[in-house]
Design a protein around this ligand. Structure first.
Ligand SMILES: NC(=O)c1ccc[n+]([C@@H]2O[C@H](COP(=O)([O-])OP(=O)(O)OC[C@H]3O[C@@H](n4cnc5c(N)ncnc54)[C@H](OP(=O)(O)O)[C@@H]3O)[C@@H](O)[C@H]2O)c1
Length: 332
């Protein structure tokens, strides 16, 4: 057995490199032509049924409007009823023929079962499931005295998507529908002090990439990797050390100082275009793809750069807090 592995260690790397060199140009050309052709055969969403989790604010809210403009019927899910009602009202005004809302916590499997059942009993079908609900975390791992406080991050981001997918899948298969998973560039581009968030998004990414292989062409799965997008999350809303949701305005100041923040409306349009085209992934901004190459080929340099950025961000946050006499505001 060891001899076989020894042989493979010598043979597989050069074979793969040669294959990449030969196959990559053809593959690259194929993806360009394929994407061009698919842009003409984009799914018509008129009267189709779309379930969006985390639709009460930010990207999810804009996704609701984008689908509404295309004439889709909507099932909107989140915990804050008043905000969901507002989004539903605007979505109807933007062109959605029918919108229902469901107040639910995606971290609760029974809630996920309920909102999928409500969608099917109201509309009789489901065409797209958009797993968007999410929560961020921000603390240094070493400072956590009770690490279990971070469990909700995994429960909402990862399990919340898995539960919803589990209950929706039989209905999605009936319509040969689509699933979108709003993961994050954090799934592979690690921001220090966000290890719990990054891990939950990486779990989500791996789950959907495995599911894509398991399901084959029966269901189209689109994973979404976004950079910084305007939303409550980017305004500084996150789970802190004590497990409570806090709003830290210094985070937004620091992020906006160093990185361009994308418009949620524009990201939502790109996501819906990508899902309707049947793309396997949507990356916005697209230059993030180049950083992925760095991660594969020069990981140490990327890690060094991320640490440098991190220290600069922390310094900026500290100076913002001193200037404004604030600490993270508790109990948002
Ligand atoms: N903004 C960014 O820069 C960025 C970048 C990459 C990826 N993302 C991802 O994009 C998704 C949307 O985030 P956002 O940026 O738009 O932030 P946001 O404005 O905070 O939106 C988060 C949404 O998720 C919902 N939500 C949170 N916990 C929930 C729970 N337990 N059950 C049901 N719904 C829940 C929130 O609604 P309720 O509070 O009303 O329940 C809200 O509608 C997240 O998955 C996030 O990780 C964001």
């Amino acid at each position: 057995m060891e001899v076989i592995h020894l042989l493979m260690n010598f043979l597989i790397p050069p074979i793969v490199i040669i294959l990449i060199l030969v196959v990559f140009p053809i593959y690259f050309l194929y993806t360009i032509v394929h994407s061009f052709i698919r842009s003409f055969t984009m799914e018509d969403m008129n009267q189709k049924v779309v379930l969006i989790t985390g639709a009460s604010s930010g990207i999810g809210e804009c996704l609701a409007y984008e689908y509404a403009k295309r004439g889709a019927r909507l099932a909107l899910v989140a915990r804050r009823e008043t905000m969901l009602k507002e989004v539903a009202k605007k979505a109807r005004a933007m062109g959605s023929p029918d919108v229902i809302i469901s107040c639910a916590d995606v971290a609760n499997s029974d809630h996920c079962k309920r909102f999928v059942e409500e969608t099917i009993s109201h509309f009789g079908r489901l065409d797209h499931l958009v797993n968007n609900a999410g929560i961020s975390s921000s603390f240094y791992f070493e400072e956590a005295s009770n690490i279990s406080n971070a469990v909700p991050v995994m429960n909402v981001n990862y399990w919340g998507s898995v539960y919803a997918t589990h209950f929706a899948l039989p209905h999605i298969k009936k319509t040969k529908g689509k699933i979108a998973a709003n993961t994050s560039s954090s799934a592979w581009l690690y921001g220090p002090d966000m290890c719990m968030y990054s891990a939950s998004k990486a779990a989500m990414m791996n789950f959907y990439e495995t599911l894509r292989i398991e399901l084959g062409p029966a269901v189209t799965i689109t994973t979404v990797s976004l950079g910084f997008v305007e939303s409550e999350m980017i305004d500084g809303k996150h789970i802190g050390l004590d497990g409570k949701v806090v709003m830290d305005l210094s985070r937004k100041d620091a992020v906006a100082h160093f990185f361009p923040i994308l418009k949620a409306k524009e990201s939502a349009r790109l996501i819906v275009d990508g899902v309707c085209r049947g793309d396997r992934d949507v990356t916005d901004p697209s230059w993030l793809r180049a950083l992925y190459l760095c991660k594969v080929f020069v990981p140490e340099i990327l890690e060094w750069f991320m640490r440098l950025m991190f220290m600069a961000v922390v310094r900026r946050m500290e100076s913002f807090q001193i200037k404004n006499g604030i600490q993270a505001k508790k109990d948002f």
